[in-house]
Ligand binder design. Structure first.
Ligand code: NDP
Length: 330
């Protein structure tokens, strides 16, 4: 088998030389384990943080060891009860072609699902993140006006559509290209959308949301967050989900210059980490899977082919090459 190793830590934007694809022996499954042939690997923005050597909610990638992350694959050998060759499972030993995994660390997909790779996206961690942010962190209510940044991505496209399905009165989004902005309004039902590269967010958001916003679902940070605070109504809620605008920063980015507004507006801003909410996963699937099946909740995927292109796919996510969930297809 082959697995990607992190061989050096990036300063700023990662480069291909930070990664190396190396031969790895494939270990036969021991008692209670399965051998999985990975068919799809997830690359996610949080992996950029794991390339740095600092303490965080998830440990850094070790140098010269196989990297990991979400993956989808087919069981090819099993020493575990209830799992048989041919079963499709998700697990966390991605960045490689074959993985030997304890059965308790795999999640079987529903039998005969027509959309296996969706379990890395809209029905997987990113979709769950959108749902947790709205339901558990923002306490979304009927009639709310919601602003989502990174809105053409995996989390953002789900968050915008879920907000509508959960009763929001107005949903607006931002993304980084004209084609993505068009997708938000034409396919995902956003009421308004804008390209943050075209003009300052602080100019475009008040046009898109002239009556203000009740919820800001923040995937980006920086000037998006500052503009959202200004646009917020009284008792607004901010979901601090991610700050991708600064993941490659080499200097501490400037903070929002308008935090004082949060006092009078009684704004509540709360950080979230999706893995804290595992207990709610069944509730998420019960509520959201029917919307995916009915087509009320749409999703896109951007596929990059070949294990050898996995680092390039991660760099692509950080650049915005993806529309919807970025997935490596092996
Ligand atoms: P996406 O599918 O949204 O891909 C990342 C997107 O970020 C790119 O497509 C790009 O889109 C956008 N982007 C890149 N650089 C910038 C920038 N400087 N300013 C604005 N947008 C930028 O990834 P995910 O859906 O997986 O993740 C979205 C966010 O959610 C990330 O911040 C991530 O860290 C966070 N997250 C947090 C979790 C948690 O538990 N807190 C769990 C999962 C994700 P564009 O072309 O529009 O610029």
């Amino acid at each position: 088998g082959r697995a990607w190793h992190l061989v050096s830590r990036p300063h700023g934007t990662p480069v291909p030389e930070n990664f190396a694809l190396r031969e790895e022996p494939v270990r036969a499954p021991g008692d209670g384990e399965v051998l999985v042939r990975n068919t799809h690997l997830s690359v996610d923005p949080y992996m950029r943080g794991r390339m740095n050597d600092h303490k965080s909610y998830v440990p850094p990638f070790a140098l010269d060891e196989p990297m990991d992350g979400a993956a989808l694959g087919e069981v090819v050998a099993s020493e575990a009860e209830g799992l048989a060759p041919g079963d499709l499972v998700t697990h966390n030993l991605g960045w490689r072609d074959y993985a030997t995994v304890p059965a308790r660390q795999v999640a079987p997909l529903p039998r005969d699902t027509p959309r296996p790779s969706a379990y890395l996206g809209v029905l997987g961690m990113p979709g769950f993140t959108a749902w947790v942010g709205l339901r558990k962190i923002a306490d979304i209510r009927e009639g709310d006006a919601v602003f989502v940044s990174g809105a053409a991505g995996a989390v953002g496209s789900t968050a915008g559509q879920l907000a509508r399905l959960m009763g929001a009165a107005r949903v607006v989004g931002s993304a980084g290209s004209p084609a993505k902005v068009e997708l938000l309004t034409s396919e995902y039902g956003f009421d308004a959308a804008f390209d943050y590269r075209e003009a300052p967010v602080g100019e475009q958001l008040p046009v898109a949301a002239p009556d203000g916003i009740d919820i800001y679902f923040d995937n980006v940070g920086g000037d998006h967050l500052e503009a959202a605070i200004t646009a917020m109504r009284t008792h607004g809620r901010i979901v601090l989900c991610g700050m991708i605008a600064q993941y490659n920063a080499t200097e501490p980015p400037p903070g929002p210059n308008n935090l004082g507004l949060m006092v009078g507006k009684r704004i509540r801003a709360q950080g979230m980490i999706v893995t804290d909410h595992q207990a709610s996963l069944p509730e998420f699937h019960r509520e959201v899977a029917p919307w995916v099946d009915s087509g009320e909740l749409r999703y896109r995927e951007t596929f990059v082919d070949g294990l050898e292109n996995t680092p390039e796919a991660l760099l692509g996510v950080l650049r915005g090459d993806n529309t919807g969930k970025m997935v490596v297809r092996l």
